[in-house]
Write a protein that binds this ligand. Structure first.
Ligand SMILES: NC(=O)c1ccc[n+]([C@@H]2O[C@H](COP(=O)([O-])OP(=O)(O)OC[C@H]3O[C@@H](n4cnc5c(N)ncnc54)[C@H](OP(=O)(O)O)[C@@H]3O)[C@@H](O)[C@H]2O)c1
Length: 327
């Protein structure tokens, strides 16, 4: 079972015993020119986890922020928890190490605390000299996504070698369902420490979370604010959906608690023993999003929020390509 520390600030990762902060800072879409300063500000505000990915295209700038914060004595390397993710173009075992080393180099680190397989989809390799990050389209234009035949087991074995070599401490997965995880657990020599999934009151995924937590896999929620970060991508059902941050229930719970709607949504997840990684490019929202542990929601409020579930998913590659991974 997932174990949360007594002070509620971290989850113990079963394979290594390392503690993962329950609140972190998500770096997707943080503009490159703001990254360095936002990273420093996040550490000043108390964040100790940065959620990165090769695909976010800003690891170099995040690395500059980490270096600045360490040089200025704001944090020490051993006090921060840095995550990155293996992109879909690098699932072939011979390309896994290269991807990890590129992320390490960009982030200016010798070791990652956590390295996740970003999606359970293997697509054709793109030489970084041609395009980095590679994104989804093999020719850089699309709209066709070129799949590659790499069984997940081969990718996982290459991930395990990164641990053997000391390049990463923990390995994990993202955007995977219970069937894939069940299979992975049969062959994994090193078990996945974390499963990162889309999770908000419109997409509760209770059976998946129960299954993972029971198998000692900690959950990290992404897109805790629901459609918010997909509206700007022009995703139709995200635009049409009533925003969670403006939902009457969320607002009334926030008012009662003396907190913001964003803090309530993050608290709801954290109280289910789920880590959160809100993104903000705004210094004030960055600060306020960190205040997730100073209050509790009642059981009734927790249930009311859970009851908003509609199985509504916003981050689905099946919307763009013929790869319905969540079907
Ligand atoms: N594994 C995966 O496939 C995957 C997929 C998606 C995301 N992620 C990770 O999860 C992180 C978080 O997810 P996300 O970026 O999709 O979305 P999110 O954190 O749910 O929402 C971010 C959006 O909410 C706004 N926002 C932030 N704080 C707010 C507040 N207090 N009040 C009102 N609006 C607020 C942000 O705008 P401002 O920036 O202007 O504040 C931004 O538009 C990502 O950064 C990334 O690290 C992982």
């Amino acid at each position: 079972m997932t174990v949360v520390s007594q002070d509620k600030t971290s989850i113990t990762l079963k394979p290594t015993g390392q503690r993962m902060p329950i609140v972190g800072y998500g770096m997707w879409k943080v503009p490159r020119d703001k990254c360095r300063d936002q990273v420093v500000e996040s550490f000043k505000a108390g964040y100790r986890l940065l959620d990165n990915a090769a695909d976010y295209g800003n690891e170099k700038e995040v690395g500059e922020g980490i270096k600045k914060a360490i040089d200025e004595g704001i944090v020490k390397r051993e006090d921060i928890f840095i995550t990155s993710k293996l992109w879909n173009t690098n699932h072939a075992p011979e390309h896994v190490r290269e991807a990890c080393v590129r992320s390490l180099t960009d982030l200016g680190l010798k070791q990652l605390d956590l390295y996740l397989i970003h999606f359970p989809i293997s697509i054709a390799y793109v030489d970084p000299a041609v395009r980095y990050p590679p994104e989804w389209y093999h020719d850089g234009k699309g709209p066709h996504c070129t799949l590659e035949h790499v069984p997940l087991q081969k990718t996982w074995e290459a991930m395990e070698k990164l641990v053997d070599e000391g390049l990463v401490k923990n390995i994990g997965i993202s955007n995977m369902n219970a069937v894939i995880i069940q299979d992975l657990l049969k062959y994994a020599r090193i078990k996945p420490a974390v499963l990162q999934i889309e999770h908000h009151p419109y997409l509760v995924q209770a059976p998946l979370i129960k299954y993972a937590q029971k198998n000692d896999i900690a959950i990290t929620a992404y897109s805790s604010f629901g459609a918010q970060s997909y509206v700007e991508l022009g995703i139709d059902h995200a635009i049409k959906c009533p925003p969670l941050l403006e939902h009457d229930l969320v607002k009334s719970i926030a008012k009662k608690a003396g907190k913001t709607p964003a803090q309530v949504l993050l608290r709801w997840a954290a109280q289910r023993n789920i880590a959160v990684i809100p993104k903000s490019s705004n210094p004030d929202r960055l600060k306020s999003n960190f205040d997730v542990l100073s209050f509790d929601l009642s059981e009734e409020q927790m249930q009311q929020l859970t009851n908003l579930d509609q199985g509504l998913r916003f981050n689905d590659p099946g919307l763009y390509f013929d790869i319905p991974i969540f079907a």
